[in-house]
Design a protein around this ligand. Structure first.
Ligand SMILES: NC(=O)c1ccc[n+]([C@@H]2O[C@H](COP(=O)([O-])OP(=O)(O)OC[C@H]3O[C@@H](n4cnc5c(N)ncnc54)[C@H](O)[C@@H]3O)[C@@H](O)[C@H]2O)c1
Length: 337
């Protein structure tokens, strides 16, 4: 399917991933509307496209606003969410409400408006603690409240696909990185320190394995899911299948961007604040491994990740360097970081 001329709503389009999707859709000739409450995203992510989009500032928890936003759309890309692990742990009701009721509002409005397809941003967090490569058919047992709400949203999507005639595709993102990634995650903090000439700080031994997928690859996968009918009703890992430990990530950043490629280890108990990184707490109940097999997307949609980690790190570093004001504080955050 060619999306030129298609009308596409992107919820969460002022955020990190959503804004990259918006850029891509506009380049393909789609007409883009965005629904975002700007609780976490920023109009700065849309500055290059502000004259080419329709922007609705509103909340996915408000069914009327969602219905108004969905009206007349051919496709919905649903990326608005509460995704802060600490917020979910401290206020699971709020997390559940935004991610589940908000998503249901989007599905129901899309069904009523006769939308052709919804792409729903899900998360690797639906799986919880796993050893080795995780595939889509593996059991799901989230370790964080956030994973529970994302899993519920995904299951509602499946039900809407199977019983209500709405085509929903869910994408289980691993760790998405790249330009505009929000501050206070591990990689942006490493990069910010490197920009200041300081070594990365690794909490504990840093042996946790993570799967970093570049946002450009995510955008290509998203495109495959709106253009290819084989995606309908499916859920896909969106990942590289390449495990990188946090300490390896720190070493890569130090090697690429520091004259003296040292790293620092800080012993921080899970859930406790760091002495080295003001405002940063170590996640509680951390996953030892998050590594998702991308094979299903390759077999069914001929998609595979293309951006090598080193290139992705260079791009994000250059972006961070060009946007120092985005890094001085924790953006739009009202919790105690
Ligand atoms: N970034 C990752 O590594 C990652 C990994 C797995 C899943 N995801 C999922 O991808 C999606 C996008 O994540 P992101 O990293 O771009 O996050 P983000 O915070 O940058 O983007 C989310 C956007 O949604 C908006 N938003 C939040 N609550 C809203 C509400 N109630 N109503 C309307 N808008 C609201 C925010 O203002 C923000 O612009 C989310 O669904 C997230 O759960 C992201």
């Amino acid at each position: 399917m060619n999306i030129k001329g298609s009308k596409i709503l992107v919820t969460g389009g002022a955020g990190f991933i959503g804004s990259h999707i918006v850029d891509f859709l506009l380049r393909q000739g789609a007409a883009v509307r965005i629904l975002d409450n700007l609780s976490f995203g920023t109009m700065e992510n849309l500055v290059g496209v502000k004259d080419d989009i329709e922007f609705i500032q509103g909340d996915i928890l408000d069914p009327e606003t969602v219905a108004k936003s969905v009206k007349g759309m051919d496709i919905v890309s649903h990326h608005a969410a509460q995704l802060e692990i600490f917020v979910a742990a401290e206020d699971p009701s709020w997390d559940l409400k935004v991610n589940t009721i908000g998503t249901l509002n989007v599905f129901e409005a899309a069904r009523q408006a006769g939308v052709g397809r919804v792409v729903n941003a899900s998360s690797a967090c639906v799986y919880g603690q796993k050893d080795g490569l995780t595939t889509e058919t593996d059991s799901r047992k989230p370790n964080w409240a956030y994973g529970v709400s994302k899993l519920a949203a995904e299951e509602y999507g499946r039900i809407y696909s199977e019983t209500k005639g709405l085509d929903v595709v869910s994408l289980r993102y691993s760790i998405v990185y790249g330009e505009r990634e929000w501050f206070r995650r591990v990689l942006p903090i490493f990069l910010k320190r490197a920009l200041d000439g300081k070594p990365p700080v690794v909490f504990g031994d840093g042996n946790q394995i993570r799967d970093f997928v570049h946002v450009e690859d995510v955008v290509r996968m998203h495109d495959a899911c709106i253009t290819d009918d084989r995606a309908v009703g499916e859920m896909f890992n969106v990942s590289t299948g390449i495990g990188v430990s946090v300490v390896e990530l720190a070493q890569a950043v130090a090697k690429l961007f520091l004259d003296d490629p040292q790293i620092i280890h800080e012993q921080v108990a899970e859930g406790k604040p760091s002495a080295q990184i003001p405002g940063k707490r170590r996640n509680a109940a951390e996953l030892k491994a998050m590594l998702l097999a991308p094979d299903k997307a390759k077999i069914l949609l001929d998609w595979e990740p293309k951006v090598p980690l080193e290139e992705g790190l260079r791009r994000e570093y250059e972006w961070a360097k060009a946007h120092p004001h985005r890094w001085g504080k924790i953006l739009n955050s009202n919790w105690n970081v």
